[in-house]
Design a protein around this ligand. Structure first.
Ligand SMILES: NC(=O)c1ccc[n+]([C@@H]2O[C@H](COP(=O)([O-])OP(=O)(O)OC[C@H]3O[C@@H](n4cnc5c(N)ncnc54)[C@H](OP(=O)(O)O)[C@@H]3O)[C@@H](O)[C@H]2O)c1
Length: 333
């Protein structure tokens, strides 16, 4: 059975405390002068936490911001407009636990001929235990991993993100977690299968699914960029964020974690800075397969880069999608 690095949520949060005090190698490279004028930026899970802070930051820097989420529509969008002083902010409904909403969302963008320059795959959930979706998968597996595959394949196949003729090239940023480091190899016997579990396995799965996500991002880049970089696909962990990520934890645990968050986790606007840096700085223009842990460039878990792992994950994911998603379209083979 696959396992992530942590099984105890308090221990996982204390690792975040260590990150809070860590050196931020490239922090001085962050610049308010890196603008996003004329760019269209899509952010998933933009109604809350890091995603919300990113929406404000990109709107302030002149981007047209497309906020995708399942709640606080239109309140969160109105708040972003107010905080940024920008009117080019819109909110779209997207529930990553409901596959049909992904297809509807991408189709509505395609119908309006929207072209995304920067796509930030930020939404994720940390559930205290298993929950089965209407399509039969574990909710965390679907939201934190598989729906990102469906969304990216859809955006590419409907040309909402285009590979050709964009100068500078379009970008995709996967928001991950450094807690993926040390997770086990992907377990293909249980891949996509629903089974019941509680808090410890939930925490373990959260970091394990980030390893799965990073492996997909790496393989996507390998396939798209085999003859030179056509799409910049990078991964970033924002470090500890005082967000709503633990909102579904049992009361006592939630209060404990919120206490830790309040004291030593970064505010969402502060945590967003490294993401804005990676998305807009000339330092990362035209790059792919790079990883930042906050402002620190480093390698992801070595398993993420194994070619066989990437190929196997790709094949298994496409097979699974063929069986659960009638509208599945694979963009790259
Ligand atoms: N917090 C941390 O310390 C930390 C550390 C490392 C990495 N991260 C990563 O940072 C990213 C942002 O998390 P956060 O800390 O800002 O937490 P957050 O405030 O809970 O934000 C998560 C966002 O994802 C959305 N989401 C959850 N399930 C969804 C679904 N089924 N469909 C669509 N959207 C859904 C949430 O929407 P609702 O409000 O409707 O639930 C929310 O907008 C995540 O990828 C997380 O893994 C966080």
């Amino acid at each position: 059975m696959a396992e992530g690095r942590f099984t105890n949520p308090v221990v996982a949060s204390l690792a975040g405390v260590k990150d809070f005090f860590a050196k931020q190698e490239l922090a001085s490279r962050f610049s308010e002068k890196d603008r996003a004028d004329g760019k269209t930026v899509l952010i998933t899970g933009a109604n809350s936490g890091l995603g919300f802070a990113l929406a404000v930051a990109f709107a302030k820097r002149g981007a047209r911001v497309i906020m995708a989420g399942r709640s606080k529509i239109p309140e969160a969008g109105n708040q972003v407009k107010k905080l940024s002083g920008s009117e080019t902010v819109e909110m779209h409904y997207l529930d990553l636990s409901k596959i049909e909403t992904i297809h509807n969302f991408t189709q509505s963008l395609a119908d309006q001929a929207v072209r995304i320059d920067i796509c930030i795959l930020n939404a994720a959930t940390a559930l205290p235990g298993s929950r089965q979706t209407a399509s039969g998968q574990d909710e965390m597996f679907l939201v934190n991993y598989l729906s990102n595959v469906i969304l990216t394949q859809d955006l590419l196949s409907k040309s909402v993100i285009s590979l050709n003729g964009t100068d500078p090239i379009s970008k995709m940023l996967f928001i991950s977690s450094d807690s993926h480091q040390g997770a086990t190899y992907i377990d293909y016997d249980e891949f996509g299968t629903f089974f019941k579990y509680g808090v410890s396995k939930g925490i373990s799965n959260y970091s394990y699914f980030k390893l799965v996500l990073n492996t997909y991002a790496t393989e996507l880049s390998r396939r798209i960029n085999k003859d030179g970089i056509q799409l910049s696909i990078n991964v970033i962990c924002p470090g500890p964020v005082a967000s709503n990520i633990v909102k579904e934890a049992p009361w006592l645990l939630r209060m404990t974690l919120k206490g830790i968050f309040r004291i030593v986790f970064k505010s969402p606007p502060k945590a967003a800075r490294a993401v804005v840096y990676m998305a807009l700085s000339p330092d990362y223009e035209g790059t792919s397969n790079e990883y930042l842990h906050m402002f620190n460039p480093k390698k992801m878990d070595p398993k993420v880069y194994e070619i066989e792992e990437g190929q196997k994950l790709w094949a298994q994911s496409m097979d699974l999608l063929k069986s659960i998603d009638a509208d599945h379209r694979a963009f790259v083979s």
